[in-house]
Structures are given as C-alpha cells and as structure tokens.
Design a protein around this ligand. Structure first.
Ligand SMILES: N[C@@H](CCC(=O)N[C@@H](CS)C(=O)NCC(=O)O)C(=O)O
Length: 203
C-alpha cells in the first residue's frame, strides 16, 4: 500500500518530513490541500484530531508532525540507535517546538498594531535567544545536533523556512553554522531535486 503524507500546499510542519522522504528515496504520495479553501469538512472530520499533517503507511495513520518525523527518521538512518543519543535529539526537537510555540503567538495575533509589536519582540528577543543556542550546539557537534546528520537537523531547517516566510526575513543570517546546515540539507540528493521543482509557498 502506498505511503502518503497529507498536509497543506505549504512548508510548515511537513517540509522536513518531505525532505527526509525525498532524501531517503522513498516513494510516497505528497497530498496537499489548499489552505484558502480549508476546512474541507469531509477531510477534517475524518482526521483523528482534525489537523494535518497525517502520515499513512500500510493502511495505518499517524498524526503529530514530530511523531511522524521521528518515525520516518527511524526508517531512514536519521535516528541513532543509542537511547541516550535519541533522547538528546528528542530534546533538541522539543526545544525547536518551544521556539515555534513562541512564534505562533505573534503569527496568530489578529490586531495589526499588536502583531507588529510581537513581531519585533520575536525577531529581537526570541530569535536571538533560541538561534544563538542552536548555533552553539551545532558548532560544538560538528555542524549537526547529534554529531552527524539526523532528523533534528532536518526539523530545524523546515521550521526556519516557515518562519522566514512569515517574517519575510532570513532569521538565521547571523548564525553561520545554522546557515551552513540549511545549505547542506538543501544540497542533499533527493532534497535538491525536490526544491528545484517546488512551487513558491505563500503565507
Ligand atoms: N501538534 C500538531 C499541530 C498540527 C497543526 O497545528 N496543524 C495545523 C496546520 S500547521 C492544521 O491542521 N490547521 C488546520 C486546522 O486546524 O483545521 C502537529 O505538530 O502535527
């Protein structure tokens, strides 16, 4: 039975999963819904928690982007076998999730003035706080969170691309080790070809 990834025509919580699937040369259906016409009631009602992404394999369905990403990593040599190393990478991905949570409060703000203020705080405080730490960790570990390429590296890159789209910035530009990681992942076989054919995303 074909593997399927369901998400929107957007990077968001799914792009790093797509990258890993393309990098590992797995065949999958990349099913994308239009965010402008969402919610598609029939689809939404069929989802276990009403949200995407969803990954389907062998007739089974998995929700939660981090669980999906970790599972794909376990199938593609992007998850180490040592439990401590796994836990370190879990912590990294959850640190990135905390960072995303802080971005969400600014992104979802509907009052334009408040949103600008929150955006400023996000760019000058939150980004600096988290990216300086990610930079330090990467630098101390050979440019990858776990000392070699793993799902945590893919996860960070997918999230940065999304936040850059929302903020219309290049938030990692002052962090050379992060920039090097982004460029490295973009140049990986499978990922590179996918990016070359990918349409531009809009918020
Ligand atoms: N914790 C979930 C969050 C999923 C989530 O927020 N999905 C959003 C898109 S990024 C969604 O499906 N929004 C449409 C809706 O809620 O109807 C995950 O990481 O998968």
């Amino acid at each position: 039975m074909a593997k399927k990834l369901f998400y929107f025509e957007f990077n968001g919580l799914a792009e790093s999963i797509r990258y890993m699937l393309y990098f590992s040369g797995q065949e999958f259906e990349d099913i994308r819904y239009d965010r402008k016409t969402w919610p598609n009631k029939e689809v939404k009602d069929s989802l276990p928690y009403g949200q995407l992404p969803i990954y389907e394999e062998g007739g089974r369905r998995l929700n939660q982007s981090i669980a999906i990403a970790r599972y794909i990593a376990s199938q593609t040599n992007l998850l180490p076998s040592d439990p401590w190393e796994q836990a370190v990478l879990d912590a990294t991905v959850l640190n990135i999730a905390d960072f995303v949570l802080k971005a969400r409060s600014y992104i979802t703000e509907t009052d334009a003035v408040k949103r600008e203020q929150l955006k400023h705080e996000f760019l000058t405080e939150t980004v600096v706080y988290y990216l300086s730490r990610f930079e330090k960790e990467l630098k101390a570990n050979n440019g990858f969170f776990g000392g070699k390429l793993s799902w945590a590296d893919f996860h960070l890159v997918g999230i940065l691309e999304t936040l850059n789209l929302y903020t219309e910035e290049n938030i990692e530009k002052n962090y050379p080790t992060i920039v090097a990681l982004v460029n490295y992942i973009h140049s990986l076989p499978g990922v590179k070809e996918y990016i070359a054919t990918r349409k531009s995303y809009v918020v």
